[in-house]
Design a protein around this ligand. Structure first.
Ligand SMILES: NC(=O)c1ccc[n+]([C@@H]2O[C@H](COP(=O)([O-])OP(=O)(O)OC[C@H]3O[C@@H](n4cnc5c(N)ncnc54)[C@H](OP(=O)(O)O)[C@@H]3O)[C@@H](O)[C@H]2O)c1
Length: 326
């Protein structure tokens, strides 16, 4: 079992722990918060647990792997410290703000003989294997992938506040927060595009509220729609020479139906994940425990491709993060 520690006491950390518990591959041992009372409140559900409000002390604690779920722009510094302390790191998506940060972390992880993973949960969903096998002998003509969800932080934004998820200081915005899922799905199924662009509705700080992008492959295009100020109801279609594959979502996929040109339908057998984060936590544990460098490099290459594409898309829309200027 891997000894696990947590940074970030938001709701997603509870969900991650739930998945770890289901996996039976991790034993939760420590939590860090900026405030001891927050760490104690978080720990109550999981006692006994060591609690910290001092990062220097936290890195000396007895654990193998840390899950980092702080605001996006904080990930880089915390991951650097973790790796230097010889801990494996699982960093919530988007792991880092730009290719420079990601490359630094990958190199540092190699130097320190630890693993770094980006927690992009849909990339690890088993549904993609089924979809990939189904599409293997078909010619892809294009795809339309969307993830837009009205954010609970819209109220604050409309009230004149600047929540982390809409902040340039914290590397926020719709593309980084939700658009990353359709981009991961495209790269999982079709590989790295040769080019990418994005047009967005932007706040004064340049961060995007919503937008449309295009991933350009040699023989087809994948359109990407993302938004945090509206809901998309129809999430994913893949167009082939023989028909259209409709997915109920681009993450947490539980249904895939292929409609041929003659209108007849074929339902693929998809086993929806028991928990949205279970497949990824199992994948990370297996790579660490088995020192599975083949799987590890596949995940890293996907993370590099996604990070590069998101950066390119951001650049084309003129979305500038404070992290880009460091
Ligand atoms: N995979 C998924 O489904 C999923 C879902 C939601 C979010 N996420 C990702 O998870 C990460 C956290 O998202 P979130 O919405 O939970 O973010 P958040 O609420 O802004 O912050 C998460 C935690 O980070 C700490 N924190 C907040 N502001 C900080 C600051 N200025 N400096 C240092 N620490 C700070 C807080 O913990 P303490 O007060 O205890 O220090 C807070 O509970 C993001 O990368 C996001 O993209 C992933």
């Amino acid at each position: 079992m891997l000894k696990l520690a947590i940074i970030g006491t938001g709701n997603i950390s509870h969900q991650f722990i739930e998945a770890c518990q289901l996996s039976k591959a991790y034993q939760l041992t420590a939590v860090y918060s900026r405030k001891l009372e927050t760490a104690r409140a978080f720990a109550k559900t999981y006692e006994p647990l060591e609690v910290f409000d001092n990062l220097e002390q936290f890195w000396k604690a007895d654990f193998d792997v840390v899950y980092i779920a702080s605001p996006n722009a904080i990930h880089f510094e915390q991951a650097k410290q973790a790796i230097t302390a010889q801990k494996h790191v699982i960093v919530e998506k988007p792991a880092f703000s730009n290719p420079r940060e990601l490359r630094t972390i990958i190199d540092l992880a190699v130097e320190n003989h630890v693993f770094f993973f980006e927690a992009a949960r849909n990339y690890h969903e088993k549904a993609f294997k089924t979809i990939e096998a189904f599409l293997a002998d078909q010619t892809i003509l294009g795809a339309d992938f969307s993830y837009a969800k009205y954010s609970s932080k819209m109220k604050d934004l409309l009230g004149g506040k600047n929540p982390n998820v809409f902040s340039a200081k914290f590397s926020g915005g719709s593309l980084s927060d939700l658009g990353i899922y359709p981009v991961y799905a495209a790269i999982r199924l079709f590989g790295q595009p040769k080019d990418a662009n994005y047009t967005a509705t932007q706040l004064k700080n340049t961060v995007d509220l919503n937008g449309n992008g295009n991933l350009i492959y040699p023989d087809f295009h994948v359109s990407i729609r993302t938004g945090k100020n509206y809901d998309v109801l129809d999430h994913a279609e893949i167009y082939t020479s023989q028909g259209t594959l409709h997915l109920n979502h681009i993450q947490g996929i539980s249904s895939a139906v292929f409609q041929k040109h003659d209108g007849s339908k074929e339902k693929l057998t998809i086993n929806a994940p028991q928990h949205l984060m279970l497949d990824e936590v199992l994948a990370f544990a297996s790579a660490i425990e088995n020192k599975d460098l083949t799987a590890y490099h596949t995940y890293l290459n996907a993370a590099l491709a996604v990070n590069q594409v998101l950066y390119q898309m951001r650049q084309s829309a003129g979305i500038i993060f404070e992290a880009d200027q460091k």
